[in-house]
Design a protein. Structure first.
Length: 258
């Protein structure tokens, strides 16, 4: 008989979140140990490697022919301006910048003088940023991104007739996780298909056994299942829109916490 996620529910004592340690001290992950006596570790399963000038030129993207740049992360900001330096390009004062959040726009100040530039900032996610883009349809946008990226921004720009170019400025690759070979966790929490693939690349003989797998988003969930694993925890859910929320619900149920 095929084992189900319900059959596999056991007490949770440890979780590995496959991302960087949260910078926000109020992150719910950081409170799990105190609230539920559960150990939580953080370790990125993927890393980004910058694209060099020689490789970038093959894309035949003229950065300075654009009037606006879209940034969705601090990594993108770093890699873009490092690439520009390598290409010996200087951003013109009239260039506009569209950032997904305050965190990204504040980080942008590391590379530009804010008072001389125009920065437009979303509240927290892509949906907010798209609402801002709608008001600037006459710009020619440049979207610096990884070779593995979400479709939401390019699809929006294309479907709404914007003038835009994509520029691949980094590659997403599996991180070296050899030091985790003999480390066991009750739950592994994944946030992208790349993270799941990194598990397989690093540990081709991995057997799920009693390890529960959590996935954020439908594509991550599908990748877990397509590789023959059981998906124990899925997010977002109507009553748990975040991975932390889904994990909390599971812990309460598995550990019989009222």
């Amino acid at each position: 008989m095929t084992e189900t996620a319900t059959d596999r529910m056991r007490k949770v004592k440890s979780i590995l979140v496959t991302q960087e340690v949260p910078t926000d001290p109020n992150s719910p992950y950081l409170k799990f140990e105190e609230k539920f006596n559960v150990k939580v570790d953080f370790r990125p399963f993927i890393q980004v490697e910058p694209v060099g000038a020689k490789e970038f030129r093959k894309q035949k993207v003229e950065i300075l022919s654009h009037t606006a740049v879209i940034f969705t992360s601090r990594n993108a900001v770093d890699h873009f301006f490092i690439l520009c330096r390598e290409l010996k390009l200087e951003m013109p004062p009239e260039m506009k910048y569209f950032c997904i959040s305050d965190q990204t726009s504040n980080y942008l100040q590391k590379y530009i003088v804010v008072r001389k530039r125009k920065i437009f900032t979303g509240l927290k996610d892509t949906k907010d940023l798209l609402e801002i883009l709608k008001k600037h349809k006459n710009e020619k946008f440049l979207y610096p991104c990884s070779d593995i990226r979400k479709n939401d921004i390019p699809d929006f720009l294309r479907d709404n007739g914007f003038s835009y170019s994509e520029a691949i400025i980094n590659h997403t690759v599996a991180a070296n996780l050899s030091d985790l070979k003999n480390v066991y966790y009750d739950i592994l929490a994944f946030f992208s298909p790349s993270g799941v693939n990194s598990l397989i690349v690093n540990f081709p003989e991995f057997k799920q056994n009693n390890t529960r797998l959590a996935a954020f988003g439908p594509t991550t969930a599908r990748t877990v299942k397509e590789n023959g694993f059981i998906l124990d925890i899925e997010a977002p859910l109507p009553n748990a829109p975040s991975m932390a929320g889904a994990l909390e619900l599971y812990i309460k149920k598995a550990n019989n916490i009222k």
